[in-house]
Design a protein around this ligand. Structure first.
Ligand code: G3P
Ligand code: MG
Length: 248
C-alpha cells in the first residue's frame, strides 16, 4: 500500500460552491482541479448506502424526518439542491454507487466517511464497504474513515488492506496509541478548530499522517501545515490552494 494523501481534499465535494454530498459537488470539485473528495455515507431503511451528512432531512432537502426511516425510493421524492441555490433545484441525493461512478469517471481520489445513523454502525459500514469493494480497485487513492470505532472495527475486518483513518472530534482519546494499534490505522483525521500542537505531535510520533477538517481560511491552513498536518479538508479548496502556493 503506497497511499499518497493530497494536501487538499474537497469537503463534501466542494461544499462552498455546490450543494454538499451531491454528484454536482463532485463535478464542481473536479472542475476546480481538486484531486480528492470526501463524502459522507449513510444507510436508507432498505439498506442502500447513500451520500448524506445529517441524520435528518430538514437542513439540506425539502423533506423532513429521519433518513433511516425512508427507503431509497421514498428519499428520491425529495430534492437536495434548492436550499443551496435555485440553480441546483431538483437534484437528488445520490447513492454511494452513483457517486463512485462519477469519482472514477473524473479520476479523483476518495475519502469515504462512514457516518451511521445512531444504532446502525455495523450495518452501515458493511453495506458501504460491500459496494466500495465491488467498484473501487485503486488502493492508493482511497481512505475509509469514521468517527465510529464500530465502523472502523468493521473496516478492519472487511477492508484490512485498504487505508483507514479514525476521525477524532473535540474529545481527545487518552489511549490513542492503543486505538491506533488495535484498529491498525493508516491515518488520523482531527478537528482543525480544537486540535492542539502537542496532539499533532503525538500522532506524528506514532508515524501516522494527519488530516484536519474543516479548513476554509488561509491562516488556519498555514498554522496546521506548520505544525505537521499533512492535508486539510476544505469547502473552499481554491482558497487553500492559493495559500499553499504562497507558502515555501
Ligand atoms: O471527514 C472529515 C469531516 O467531514 C468530518 O466532519 O461533520 O463534516 O462529516 P463532518
Ligand atoms: Mg464528513
Amino acid at each position: 500500500m503506497t497511499l499518497k494523501l493530497p494536501k487538499i481534499i474537497g469537503h463534501r465535494g466542494a461544499a462552498a460552491y455546490a450543494p454538499e454530498n451531491t454528484l454536482e459537488g463532485i463535478h464542481t470539485a473536479a472542475d476546480m482541479g481538486v484531486e480528492w473528495v470526501e463524502l459522507d455515507v449513510k444507510l436508507t431503511k432498505d439498506q442502500i448506502p447513500v451520500i448524506f451528512h445529517d441524520d435528518t432531512l430538514e437542513r439540506t432537502t425539502n423533506g423532513s424526518g429521519s433518513l433511516a426511516n425512508l427507503t431509497l425510493e421514498e428519499l428520491r421524492q425529495y430534492e437536495c439542491g434548492s436550499w443551496f441555490s435555485d440553480s441546483f433545484a431538483g437534484i437528488k441525493i445520490p447513492t454511494l454507487e452513483e457517486a463512485l461512478e462519477v469519482i472514477i469517471d473524473r479520476d479523483l481520489g476518495f475519502n469515504m466517511e462512514i457516518k451511521p445513523c445512531p444504532g446502525r454502525e455495523r450495518e452501515t459500514a458493511e453495506a458501504a464497504l460491500d459496494i466500495l469493494a465491488q467498484i473501487w480497485d485503486d488502493h492508493n487513492r482511497i481512505l475509509i474513515s469514521s468517527f465510529s470505532p464500530i465502523c472502523m472495527e468493521t473496516a478492519l475486518l472487511m477492508a484490512h488492506d485498504w487505508p483507514r483513518a479514525l476521525l477524532i472530534g473535540e474529545d481527545w482519546p487518552e489511549n490513542l496509541k492503543e486505538i491506533k494499534e488495535y484498529l491498525e490505522l493508516t491515518c488520523i483525521n482531527v478537528n482543525a478548530k480544537t486540535v492542539q500542537r502537542e496532539q499533532v505531535e503525538e500522532i506524528t510520533d506514532m508515524g501516522l499522517p494527519i488530516l484536519a477538517y474543516t479548513v476554509n481560511d488561509a491562516e488556519t491552513a498555514r498554522r496546521l501545515l506548520r505544525w505537521g498536518v499533512d492535508g486539510v479538508f476544505s469547502d473552499s479548496p481554491d482558497i487553500i490552494r492559493e495559500t499553499l502556493f504562497s507558502v515555501h
